[in-house]
Write a protein that binds this ligand. Structure first.
Ligand SMILES: [Zn+2]
Length: 221
């Protein structure tokens, strides 16, 4: 999980969000069953595209690039089933993979919230140890996050290992290069790879632990 920045609210939410919320809340208070078509109105191409753009096509929780194999889901950070008033709240929407969405579902622990990539400083709660992600500083929120979302599930660990191998090759190239201009270009490539690839959180930590101590990489998102 990496920190994300909310982008501009999409036009269809600006135009309709308040009315959609009003219609939904009338059903919530007056009808015995909520009309699904009213609840799912957030499913608009401009909303989904804005979320895909702001997450760099990655699941906001596990950082897998979901669009390669499956369209991905619009995810409600606070579950819409528990807080229907937040169904169309732009700050409550993100992009998630099928697996994280399923692990999270309607889970909400008010006294110990799952980390919010838009609000929380992730590296004060979680740290990558090779392909594994664990909580640090006794962070209960970090612990509930990796446990509830199963951020160390086997497929994720395997995929993170593959990316670490790619990064290792780049680090070897960097360390064996003596020409400063070329070294600088390789470092740019590493920076780009860490920021754009899946599992940036893991890769950034791996580079800090295994790259040259004089070089640092900053995450852009
Ligand atoms: Zn995921």
């Amino acid at each position: 999980m990496i920190e994300l920045k909310k982008t501009a609210k999409p036009q269809s939410l600006i135009n309709n969000g308040d009315n959609w919320t009003k219609d939904l809340m009338i059903d919530f208070y007056q009808a015995s069953v909520i009309d699904k078509t009213k609840q799912n109105k957030y499913n608009k191409p401009d909303i989904k595209q804005a979320l895909i753009d702001e997450t760099n096509e990655k699941c906001a929780y596990c950082e897998s690039k979901v669009t390669h194999i499956y369209p991905g889901d619009i995810e409600h950070i606070i579950p819409k089933s528990l807080y229907p008033r937040l169904t169309f709240s732009w700050n409550n929407l993100t992009f998630g993979c099928f697996w994280c969405n399923n692990k999270k579902r309607d889970f909400l622990s008010k006294e110990c919230m799952i980390l919010n990539p838009y609000k929380d400083k992730i590296n004060t709660h979680l740290r990558a140890f090779g392909p594994i992600i664990l909580h640090i500083n006794n962070s209960k929120r970090g612990e509930i996050t990796w446990r509830q979302l199963e951020l160390n599930r086997t497929e994720l660990r395997d995929k993170r290992l593959e990316k670490i191998e790619e990064l290792k090759n780049l680090i070897d190239k960097l360390n064996s290069e003596n020409i400063p201009a070329l070294k600088s270009l390789i470092l740019n490539e590493i920076n780009d790879f860490i920021n754009r690839s899946e599992y940036s959180f893991t890769l950034k930590q791996f580079f800090e632990d295994n790259g040259s101590v004089t070089q640092t990489v900053s995450l852009d998102n």
